[in-house]
Design a protein. Structure first.
Length: 441
């Protein structure tokens, strides 16, 4: 997923006309005060007071994910996310869920990616101490009961997402080929053969090695007293022992050599094309946010307009940037669905013609302006809820080391010229360095 989707700005901070979006002086966001707090054990919190109903939203993220695993023991980070919902000492899973609901908890959930594991929930403000007490226990001291039962739940989840989903299988094969011998080679959910043989001891060892306070970021956003919240966090999360700082798996990946492969399935054909690109905070990543919009966002985007509307060879075009993570180079991804009566070869040829033209000539000034405007509208309309703000602050603090990345994003986007976009497209959308996968009968 592109970083732009992760960013939320606040409508109450802006009184911007549509025509003014391109002026960096007019679009610098004014953030509400963010109080930074670091506990003695190394855990960092960001606290944001916002007027409104007496509620708050909380995110806790670990800079730990599927990329921290090793071959033969994949899926451990996602497995641990599941175990965090098995209850706490003296309270089983069902009782804990009922208590959270009784206390007014909403959006009690979690997610795992290649880079990050996240836990989120919202509560009435008078339940802040309850939240801190439960979460500091649940997340940092997971319950490993019902291990074999949860394994079957995860295997069934994998069957639905990958084995019974043609797109899931195609994506898994793309990762394998694009990131061979790197931590991004396997899917976050893990490989089926690894999940079947993983032991409870494997899970405990992975948890003990990675899930320390200094690997975690907590964010609270809402109508609560900052001083009182700080005392509660110190009393609850602050009592968790510090862990030994670990080395992190980061990697470099050189551009892959062009390769085509085909997978057989009795489904409507689809074509997936990927290119390797730099991760944030490299400037090229900002440029790809605009390339993403110019080529594939909306009916007026270049690929949709040319392949679907004008040439009528494709039934659908999808473009996104940034998968599967940001610790190393990641993917610019294009998926094409041929229109009935048109072959994979015909659609691929039409696509390649458009990309070569884009590499050679770049976008028009109108396309650049439209992409900037659409991007800013998308960001501004990513509503300013407590949950949204907590999500964005926690993501950037965890992924890039500072939430302040948000402060400069809009200005950097509007600095990008059509000439720079053309240069980046020519360099990275190279036909000799793309990977193409076809799924067809």
């Amino acid at each position: 997923m592109s970083l732009k989707i992760k960013i939320v700005f606040f409508l109450f901070c802006f009184l911007i006309s549509f025509s003014g979006f391109a002026d960096p002086e007019l679009i610098q966001p004014q953030f509400p005060p963010v109080k930074e707090m670091r506990l003695k054990n190394g855990m960092k919190f960001l606290l944001v007071y916002r007027k409104g109903p007496p509620i708050f939203s909380a995110y806790i993220r670990f800079r730990v994910g599927g990329a921290d695993e090793e071959k033969g023991k994949t899926g451990l980070a996602h497995f641990l996310e599941h175990m965090a919902f098995k209850g706490i000492q003296g309270m089983n899973e069902a009782d804990l869920s009922r208590l959270i609901e009784k206390k007014g908890g909403k959006g009690f959930n979690a997610s795992t990616s290649k880079d990050i594991t996240s836990y989120m929930v919202s509560f009435p403000t008078d339940q802040l101490e309850f939240w801190a007490t439960i979460e500091s226990e649940r997340i940092f001291r997971p319950n490993f009961s019902d291990f074999d039962k949860e394994r079957e739940v995860i295997l069934e989840e994998r069957r639905m997402r990958v084995e019974d989903d043609p797109d899931g299988r195609l994506y898994e094969e793309l990762l394998l080929r694009a990131f061979k011998d790197t931590p991004y080679e396997w899917p976050t959910i893990g490989l089926a053969e690894d999940l079947r043989k993983v032991t409870q001891e494997d899970l405990k060892e992975f948890w003990g090695r990675h899930y320390h306070p200094d690997q975690a970021v907590g964010v609270l956003v809402g109508n609560f007293d900052l001083v009182a919240a700080g005392k509660i966090l110190t009393k609850t999360f602050g009592k968790i022992p510090a862990g030994l700082r670990r080395g992190e798996k980061e990697f470099e990946k050189n551009a892959f050599v062009s390769e085509n492969f085909k997978m057989t399935d009795e489904v409507r054909p689809r074509i997936a094309i990927v290119y390797l690109k730099p991760p944030p905070p490299n400037r090229e990543d900002y440029v790809f946010d605009l390339i993403d919009g110019i080529l594939g966002k909306g009916r007026s985007s270049r690929l949709y307009r040319k392949l679907v509307i004008e040439k009528k060879v494709a039934a659908g075009v999808e473009v996104y940037s940034g998968a599967p993570g940001i610790r190393g180079p990641n993917l610019f991804f294009v998926r094409l669905t041929p229109f009935e009566g048109h072959s994979v070869e015909e659609v691929t040829k039409a696509y390649e013609e458009e990309i070569e033209k884009f590499r050679r000539e770049g976008p028009t000034a109108e396309e650049v302006q439209k992409a900037i405007n659409n991007l800013l509208i998308e960001l501004l309309w990513s509503l300013k809820t407590n949950e949204g703000l907590a999500e964005q602050l926690s993501y950037f603090e965890t992924a890039l080391g500072s939430w302040r990345y948000l402060e400069t994003y809009l200005g950097k986007i509007t600095e990008i010229s059509r000439e720079e976009i053309q240069e980046v497209a020519e360099r990275y959308l190279d036909p000799s360095q793309k990977l193409t996968g076809v799924l067809a009968p």
